[in-house]
Design a binder for this molecule. Structure first.
Ligand SMILES: [Zn+2]
Length: 628
């Protein structure tokens, strides 16, 4: 493969500290229990039932498998094995996996079956094979890919399969690397040929234009498709080495940022691209897929900017879109989200009135089935292999990685409360003397970063680079990296201001009242109920900020990282800033009204406001007007 780094096999990286606790919260919430009560998994046609037989069960397993193996949770592994064994045992003679239609077992319906779900199932099964080495699963994927080869001649890609053609490359290349069979590369080329030309679409003005009004749903402006397609061309290039393909992802991200970007690193789409206004939403599936795309981009290109962005999304947009216990999630999140109610007056481009509730399946159940991959794949891809066989830390969170270098066992434990603290301690252990590079990402924002080895200062690595620590390691060594987090302000939509520090974005902490709704709907019994959230404290503030010296305006204090860091009560960092109310800034269409254009004036009293990390909030203001 022509990639800069190589993803490590599932199970090689183990989460520790707060990340392990977060994965446990996830396993104890919807992810570990969805199959016990939600018909679209429990009675899925993938497992012989009569419920949805298309993307939902493969989506769930695509997250459950990495969750089970990163947590090393035997009960979850057994659950995954049961369902995977069923799917493989019921493979048809022609290689078809799963139902031949989304809802009925009618063989004649195959031609109408959008094989996007087959791409997803194969990708999921490859993860299972990687984690278990179960040869029958690899054989099942290979046989299924053979089936796709002829199926696609008779029924060329359409709908989701056409837009998401590149997702099939993951399983195709996985099998190719293990078998070397050349027909698989022809099959990959066939997918690109039949698939949608994203490169061409990103060359048009169309992508820059927010979706104008309700009902203008489009395949090519669909937020999840866009988050997924960022990895399309680097994936192709990882096989054939085409440089312009490799570099195109950065151009795509730049365009999405410029016209639809949000301060949390994602772009809007509710569910088609919606411009930069912080009251437009971003669908959960898009956040999950953006993270997964960035993990592939990091491997393919080794560009530290993708690591900065991965952390920005993983620590902000990702946790924010769940209730702290991960039993409830939203369909759409907003940067300025002051209440989440059943809201027929909403201004989404194409979504429905329940899209920002926290619940079981608000708006549509895709996110209910696709929410499981975010944290586990992030944990699994924190570390990657360098071309020399060493280790690269592409994103940071408490973790442990164990590999062999030239036959010598090597482990690195990263002890840290990052992103809530700025000190990272790497404990490198080797079985005997061995030389390899330890590659550390230095974020673009980390001015004045400091590195020590066994207590000796070894200089200031350059921000925005991968810093290489190359030496002969023997026994135990301690490397520390300090990443100073300076507060930063950014002007955004309507000249509003947002506040960031290191990888975290800060939002106004708003008092919350949670009210259960939809109790009469199926499967809404506690703990997987639907909730509205309303503010109990004012939110319509403009800030007093000295932008030339923001550290004078915002004061930070840290607390120990507790059991549930991504919650308002558990926020490990708190910031204080001054502001005044803007009495004319209120609710409209059930949301915070459009941010007043800054600078603004207010005769109200100066108040001290509390900000917490965006990822810790359920309702929030993130883009604030600024006082003159
Ligand atoms: Zn979704």
């Amino acid at each position: 493969m022509n990639t800069k780094y190589t993803m490590l096999p599932l199970g090689t990286v183990k989460p520790a500290g707060w990340l392990r606790r977060q994965l446990r919260i996830q396993a104890d919430g919807l992810s570990g229990h969805l199959d016990e009560f939600w018909p679209d998994i429990k009675d899925s046609a993938w497992f012989g039932g009569t419920a949805e037989g298309w993307e939902r069960a493969p989506y769930w397993l695509d997250g459950l498998i990495p969750l089970a193996w990163t947590l090393d949770d035997e009960a979850l592994k057994a659950k995954a094995k049961k369902f995977v064994d069923y799917i493989v045992a019921h493979q048809e003679d022609d290689g078809w996996l799963g139902p031949r239609s989304a809802n009925v077992t009618n063989p004649e319906a195959t031609e109408n079956y959008d094989i996007w779900a087959v791409f997803l199932a194969n990708k999921m099964l490859c993860q299972y094979h990687e984690a278990t080495g179960d040869r029958s699963v690899l054989e099942a994927v290979k046989k299924c890919l053979r089936m796709c080869e002829t199926h696609m001649d008779r029924h060329p890609l359409f709908s989701w399969g056409k837009m998401r053609w590149f997702e099939a490359l993951i399983s195709i290349y996985y099998v190719y690397e293990r078998t070397g069979e050349g027909w698989l590369l022809d099959l990959a080329a066939k997918h690109r040929k039949q698939g949608f030309d994203w490169m061409k679409f990103f060359g048009t003005q169309d992508i820059t234009v927010p979706t104008p009004r309700r009902g203008m749903w489009r395949w090519d402006k669909h937020v999840v498709n866009l988050a997924m397609c960022l990895k399309a061309y680097p994936l192709c290039a990882s096989m054939d080495g085409n440089v312009s393909d490799m570099l195109f992802a950065a151009e795509m991200i730049d365009i999405l940022d410029r016209y639809h970007g949000q301060v949390t690193g994602v772009f809007t789409g509710d569910e088609c691209v919606a411009g930069k206004n912080p009251i437009q939403g971003t669908e959960l599936c898009a956040v999950a897929e953006y993270m997964y795309s960035l993990e592939h981009l990091l491997a393919a290109l080794g560009d530290p900017a993708f690591g900065d962005r991965l952390e920005r999304i993983a620590f902000n947009a990702w946790p924010a879109t769940f209730s702290p216990d991960m039993w409830g999630h939203q369909y759409d999140q907003q940067a300025n989200q002051v209440q989440c109610t059943v809201n027929p007056d909403h201004m989404w481009t194409t979504n429905g009135s329940e899209s920002n509730l926290y619940g079981l399946e608000p708006n549509f159940g895709c996110c209910t089935s696709n929410m499981h991959q975010g944290w586990p794949k992030f944990a699994a891809n924190l570390w990657m292999r360098t071309p020399e066989g060493g280790l690269a830390a592409v994103a940071y969170a408490p973790s442990e990685v164990s590999i062999e270098v030239n036959g010598v066992p090597v482990s690195v434990t990263l002890e840290t409360d990052y992103p809530f603290a700025d000190l990272l301690t790497f404990i490198v252990k080797t079985g005997s003397a061995v030389r390899f590079p330890l590659v550390l990402r230095i974020p673009e924002w980390a001015r004045g970063a400091k590195l020590t080895m066994d207590g000796v200062d070894v200089g200031s690595p350059t921000p925005g680079t991968f810093h290489i620590v190359e030496c002969e390691w023997n026994g135990e060594s301690i490397v520390t990296l300090e990443l100073p987090m300076a507060v930063k302000t950014t002007r955004r939509y309507n000249n509003a201001i947002s506040i960031e520090r290191g990888p975290l974005v800060y939002s106004l902490k708003i008092g919350e009242e949670w009210t259960q709704v939809n109790a009469d709907q199926p499967c809404r019994e506690l703990p997987h109920a639907d909730w509205e959230v309303r503010p109990t404290t004012p939110w319509n503030y403009a800030l007093i900020v000295d932008e030339s010296n923001p550290s004078e305006s915002v004061l930070f204090e840290t607390r120990p990282v507790g059991d549930c860091p991504f919650s308002p009560a558990g926020a490990p960092v708190i910031a204080k800033i001054k502001g005044r109310k803007l009495p004319d800034w209120g609710l409209k269409n059930g949301w915070a009204y459009e941010t007043p254009i800054s600078p603004v004036k207010s005769a109200e009293l100066v108040e001290e406001l509390t900000l917490i990390p965006y990822g810790c909030t359920n309702i929030r203001i993130t883009e604030f007007p600024v006082l003159t």
